[in-house]
Design a binder for this molecule. Structure first.
Ligand SMILES: Nc1ncnc2c1ncn2[C@@H]1O[C@H](COP(=O)(O)OP(=O)(O)OP(=O)(O)O)[C@@H](O)[C@H]1O
Length: 254
């Protein structure tokens, strides 16, 4: 089933067109990797896809209905954003932070139920924060805080996960854990779009890749066809070699 359909989308800022006439279709069960240099427009694109930023030109539909027509709370059950950075303006515990993800599922006058607490607890376990529930969120390390943000999104449990550099701050084992976890969500019928700076991890975990060149140009297609030495070299403006091993491949700048 097509969860997200984007046609002719322009992303512009301060008089510059970063993405011109983007067409993108995302189906349940798939992982899409979004790659581009710093400033190419990955964050602005993700923010536009979830309605935080208005689309100047083009159409975005979510589960067959125009993005703008979705009531905000219903939309938050369809799609959820892992922002690139998180702020904690109010004191709260790690459990309270994870429970924020349950808000789209709770009626206006209701408190979180035991089921919501159990879902949030399971999400904390999934990101290796089981023992952290009572901790003040402001005491977490950068990587722990990133995993708490992932737990909040897992507790939200949207159909489409929009992830802005999900492995920021994570050490290598937790990077793999997080990417495996989202890959498993997709394999269970959800969908994922994630911006990444590691083309090797994009090759390993995605089915579809979108390359943003930052000048309006983009490429989109099956990962195997899009992630090539030539395209990645053009994307980053450096010579790149593909390195393969049994079943896997990565890219090295030379
Ligand atoms: N409000 C704004 N005014 C002017 N320029 C902006 C504004 N917001 C974003 N930009 C610029 O738009 C460009 C795209 O930003 P965006 O955050 O989408 O990049 P990105 O691809 O996610 O980069 P990174 O890899 O560094 O996270 C950047 O050059 C940024 O400086």
């Amino acid at each position: 089933m097509t969860l997200l359909d984007v046609r002719g989308l322009d992303i512009s800022v301060a008089g510059r067109t970063l993405v011109r006439s983007l067409d993108l279709s995302v189906s349940s069960g798939s992982v899409t990797a979004l790659l581009g240099r710093n400033g190419a427009g990955k964050t602005l694109t993700l923010h536009t896809l979830c309605g935080l930023r208005a689309a100047e030109k083009g159409s975005i539909s979510v589960a067959g209905q125009s993005l703008a027509q979705w009531p905000r709370k219903e939309l938050a059950r369809k799609l959820g954003l892992l922002a690139q950075t998180t702020e904690d303006p109010f004191p709260s515990t790690v459990m309270e932070t994870a429970l924020i993800g349950r808000h789209p599922h709770i009626d206006f006058w209701q408190w979180e139920s035991d089921i919501d607490r159990s879902i949030a607890g399971t999400a904390l376990e999934a990101v290796d924060l089981a023992g952290f529930a009572a901790r003040d969120i402001s005491t977490l390390s950068g990587g722990e805080r990133r995993r708490a943000a992932i737990a909040t999104l897992l507790a939200q449990d949207p159909e489409l996960f929009l992830l802005d550099e999900p492995i920021n701050h994570l050490d290598p084992p937790h990077q793999l854990d997080a990417l495996r976890l989202f890959r498993a969500r997709a394999d269970a019928g959800r969908a994922v779009i994630m911006s990444l700076h590691d083309a090797g991890l994009a090759a390993r975990f995605s089915d579809q890749a979108v390359l943003l060149f930052g000048d309006g140009d983009w490429l989109c297609g099956p990962t195997r066809e899009i992630l090539t030495e030539t395209n990645i070299g053009r994307l980053y403006g450096v010579a790149v070699r593909e390195v393969s091993w049994e079943g896997g491949r990565t890219f090295v700048a030379v």
